[in-house]
Design a protein around this ligand. Structure first.
Ligand code: ATP
Ligand code: MG
Length: 437
């Protein structure tokens, strides 16, 4: 490598600010949640897609829009060190999914339902629920124009909240209409804000002519009154847009999905049209949006493809799990079935082959491992067995080994009896250790 890389000579190496390590037992919670999502996606016939974390920078500039928070302030951009290509750590995955769909002609034989899971990167001010590397799970339905697919995606998210037991997630909906409707609204909006220039902050003034819709997305509390009274896009929608919106609402109504129409919901990316929606909660303070999405019928064209309708959502894994945690709903990893206590290292070959058989039969077994001073006392091993959460201790003591046996001691159920079993065929007694949870 010819480049000079600056490496501090000494000092503690820590993770980058806003980028967190995910450690046990929290990692088990994430795995639990991901497994739920995989099951749900399969039931709705969405299939997994995995695109690279690094994409070319113009992909995001063209898809998200130049005048957006993400492109203006939040992207991690760098140059390929060999050819200088502008590259970016993905801040979101929809653009990459659409790029992949175009690059591989994924839609040649019709629409596709896809989902992804993985890390996204945004240079934001880190705080609870807002990180610089964070995990998203997203679903995208590509090539379908009907409102029933918007509804399907919302029903799928709703089913996910129900499955993990979340009850206080609210759904907000809006329709952004089509480009000519937005243009008429935009002109009305500019005229309105021009009459109130003194109340606009710097960001809003800068965006007044480049992207006035974005002003409605402001987080500045001093501008809320002004923004609330602004002309509403819903009043500018034509018949087709209204029909799409009404169909979506009718499907949600019949399925008992509660929602409120929020005319100020515009979303932070430029690519949306027609339906947009957010699932929010009051329990997470100002980081209350757990899942957000909408229709993006013009993105394929914007990225050089044929006109292709599409709709999707993305959820913030950290926020959903925080919410589930505050509601006390967290599932943990599967409990350990057994902990193997071994007092003589000479017994290890036999013990390990027994444990292999048990694991092949589907049991989870933790083996006691030696330290510098040997295997450790029976007492200290029992302590570890207890702490491991295992339901049984498998005792491979000197007497047991001599008799080619193992003693099975229940650790959780005080009424259950200790038994001794032969090591000749562990599969005979393995099923009795199987968790019935
Ligand atoms: P916000 O308004 O909170 O900044 P956003 O509109 O930028 O959210 P999206 O781009 O729609 O968010 O991303 C979808 C979801 O991903 C959000 O609803 C949120 O749950 C999660 N998310 C977005 N940014 C972050 C972040 N920096 N840290 C953790 N989760 C995030
Ligand atoms: Mg944001």
């Amino acid at each position: 490598m010819t480049d000079k890389v600056l490496i501090p000579a000494a000092g503690k190496l820590t993770a980058v600010k806003g980028m967190n390590d995910l450690l046990p037992p929290d990692s088990a919670t994430v795995e639990w949640f991901e497994a739920k999502v995989r099951g749900l996606m399969a039931r709705f016939a969405y299939r997994n897609i995995r695109t690279p974390i690094v994409e070319r920078t113009p992909l995001f500039v063209r898809s998200l829009g130049e005048v957006t928070d993400i492109v203006e302030k939040e992207m991690y951009c760098f140059e390929d060190r060999l050819n200088g290509d502008p590259l970016t750590l993905r801040p979101e995955a929809t653009a990459g999914v659409v790029r992949a769909a175009l690059e591989h002609s994924l839609l040649y034989d019709g629409g596709k339902r896809l989902y992804y899971m993985g890390p996204m990167f945004r240079h934001e001010r880190p705080q609870k629920g807002r990180y610089r590397q964070f995990d998203q799970i997203g679903a995208e339905a590509l090539g379908f124009s009907g409102a029933e697919v918007d509804a399907e995606l919302i029903l799928m998210a709703t089913a996910l909240w129900a499955e993990i037991g979340l009850t206080d997630v609210r759904l907000e909906l809006n329709s952004l209409g089509q480009p000519p409707e937005r243009l008429a609204h935009r002109q009305a909006l500019i005229a309105y804000f021009e009459q109130h220039m003194d109340m606009l902050d710097d960001d809003a003034r800068r965006r007044l002519h480049s992207n006035p819709l974005r002003i409605l997305d402001t987080k500045n509390p001093h501008m809320q009154g002004l923004v609330n009274a602004a002309p509403q896009l819903l009043d500018f929608l034509g018949e087709a847009s209204l029909t799409h919106f009404n169909t979506l609402k009718a499907i949600l109504d019949v399925n008992g999905v509660a929602y409120t129409v929020n005319p100020r919901l515009v979303r932070g990316m430029d690519y949306y049209n027609l339906s947009v929606f957010e699932f929010t909660t009051d329990r997470l303070g100002s980081q209350g949006t757990v899942c957000a999405g909408g229709r993006y019928d013009y993105l394929f064209e914007q990225l050089g493809g044929k006109p292709t309708p599409a709709v999707g959502w993305a959820l913030g894994v950290d926020r959903v799990l925080d919410l589930a945690k505050t509601a006390g709903l967290i599932g943990s990893g599967a409990p350990l079935d057994a902990y193997a206590i071994v007092t003589e290292s000479s017994a290890l070959p036999l013990v390990l082959s027994t444990l292999q058989s048990l694991r092949n039969a589907g049991l989870s077994v933790q083996m006691h491992a030696s330290s510098a001073d040997g295997m450790g006392s029976m007492k200290s091993q029992f302590k570890r067995a207890d702490a491991s959460g295992a339901r049984y201790a498998l005792i491979f003591g000197p007497d047991e080994i001599k008799a080619q046996q193992v003693t099975i001691k229940p650790l959780r159920d005080v009424t259950a009896l200790q038994t001794t079993c032969s090591l000749v065929n562990p599969l005979e007694w393995a099923p009795t250790l199987q968790s019935n949870i």
